[in-house]
Design a protein around this ligand. Structure first.
Ligand code: FAS
Ligand code: PHB
Length: 381
């Protein structure tokens, strides 16, 4: 078998890249280790930047998004001193769009016409330093011009790069996010990030009848230690009174604990192999940047590959530096917001007072809110 671009991974990165290349007439094959249903069943991101929506429009997969997504002009921050509603659209001219990653993935899967191989076991990549890279898997092999490593943090592509050719930057956080999805009406029109003495909480949503909540929890916690009743009681304790009284509880339809980390690999290109999305970087989800960074990587990489097949190799040469310039700014924002809103007992009482002082400053400063808003809605590509 032969194709022009072999894409490893059918998450948002791989599917969006495949779709944009397909529309440009470039042959692609996607190889995914999991079943289609498994990929669709993963509950992850919920907030899209307008740049991501524009890319999905260019990919011709934004129709259902425009019918079902929620447009949010503000986002809330609740803390001991009060409740701040950051006027995202008033400060930046842009909203954020609430539309689950699962829906984005489904829209991209439904639109794809070229070959996707699910449950491809034992995927390996070869000869990506030469002109004729190859991909093999149990039962098959594929020759190609390029390999796009869109296989996430635990994928095979980044792991195939010799250690001496790649620099890894990593910070792990001493806690995780316990997430619950429930068919209950959201507690608030806007998303609310909560800084509380018992720990961080986030009130998000998927629609007007489906809510997504998160609680900061120790990494030692197990999901089965958190029956719904315990989750709702803890969430209610962390919410300000005005929200706690409005909280509608119900059975969880998904419950999981995700670890938090900041991670960047440099560079992102190795001969004919290019890394994109979670294969290249990870952010703590506090800033809602993970999925959106995958989109901007795909913007740069798809443009570079399209230009290559038109005879211009410049984009491929600069892909890594262009993508990383935006990645590091999102890493900073996600790290900053995580440090501001989560409990870090090891920082002691002084550390806690620094957090509260910064929240008070944020509440009183248009300049500080502008800085938060322009990062939250997404920096320009
Ligand atoms: P993905 O990990 O989504 O996709 C990679 C794909 O490659 C997977 O389908 C995987 O099965 C496949 N794969 C892996 N190894 C392979 C191999 N050897 N061969 C073939 N296929 C292989 N971001 C936010 O913005 N907000 C959030 O709230 C949020 N929550 C998250 C919770 C969790 C538990 C995780 C893990 C991530 C979360 N993220 C969140 C980040 C997430 O949304 C990612 O940024 C997004 O999925 C990135 O998409 P991809 O780069 O496509 O990686
Ligand atoms: C979500 O809805 O899953 C979500 C929203 C905002 C975040 C993180 C996750 O910062």
């Amino acid at each position: 078998m032969r194709t022009q671009v072999a894409i490893i991974g059918a998450g948002p990165s791989g599917l969006l890249l495949g779709r944009l290349l397909e529309l440009a007439g470039i042959d692609t094959v996607i190889l995914e280790s999991r079943a289609r249903e498994y990929v669709l069943g993963r509950i992850r991101a919920g907030v899209l930047e307008s740049g991501t929506v524009e890319l999905l429009e260019r990919a011709g997969v934004a129709q259902r998004l425009h019918e079902e997504a929620l447009i949010h002009d503000t986002c809330g921050i609740a803390y001991a001193g009060g409740h701040l509603s950051v006027d995202l659209r008033g400060l930046t001219g842009k909203p954020v769009i609430v539309y689950g990653q699962t829906e984005v993935t489904k829209d991209l899967m439904d639109a794809r016409e070229a070959l996707s191989m699910y449950e491809a076991a034992g995927v390996q990549i070869h000869d990506f330093d030469g002109e004729r890279p190859r991909v093999t898997w149990t039962g098959g092999s594929l020759e190609c011009d390029f390999i796009a490593g869109c296989d996430g943090f635990h994928g095979v592509c980044r792991a195939s790069v010799p250690a001496e050719r790649i620099r890894l930057y990593e910070k792990t956080y001493p806690f995780g996010w316990l997430g619950v999805l429930s068919d209950t009406p959201p507690v608030s029109e806007e998303l609310v990030y909560v800084s509380h003495e018992r720990g961080f909480a986030l009130c998000s949503q998927r629609s007007r009848t489906r809510s997504r909540y998160y609680l900061q929890c120790p990494l030692s916690e197990q999901v089965d230690e958190w029956p719904d009743e315990r989750f709702w009681a803890e969430l209610r304790r962390r919410l300000p009174e005005a929200l706690a009284t409005r909280l509608v509880t119900g059975p969880s339809i998904e419950k999981s604990i995700a670890p938090l980390r900041s991670f960047v690999a440099e560079p992102l290109s190795f001969g004919r192999l290019f890394l994109a999305g979670d294969a290249a970087h990870i952010v703590p989800p506090t800033g809602a940047k993970g999925l959106n960074l995958a989109a901007s990587d795909v913007h740069y990489l798809s443009s570079a590959l399209i230009d290559f097949y038109k005879g211009n190799e410049e984009g491929l040469k600069t892909y890594s530096s262009r993508a990383l310039a935006r990645v590091w700014k999102a890493e900073r924002f996600s790290w900053w917001l995580t440090k501001l809103l989560h409990l870090f007992p090891e920082e002691g009482q002084f550390g806690r007072r620094m957090q509260l002082a910064e929240l008070e400053y944020l509440a009183g400063s248009r300049a500080a809110q502008m800085a938060l808003a322009e990062n939250y809605v997404g920096l320009p590509y």
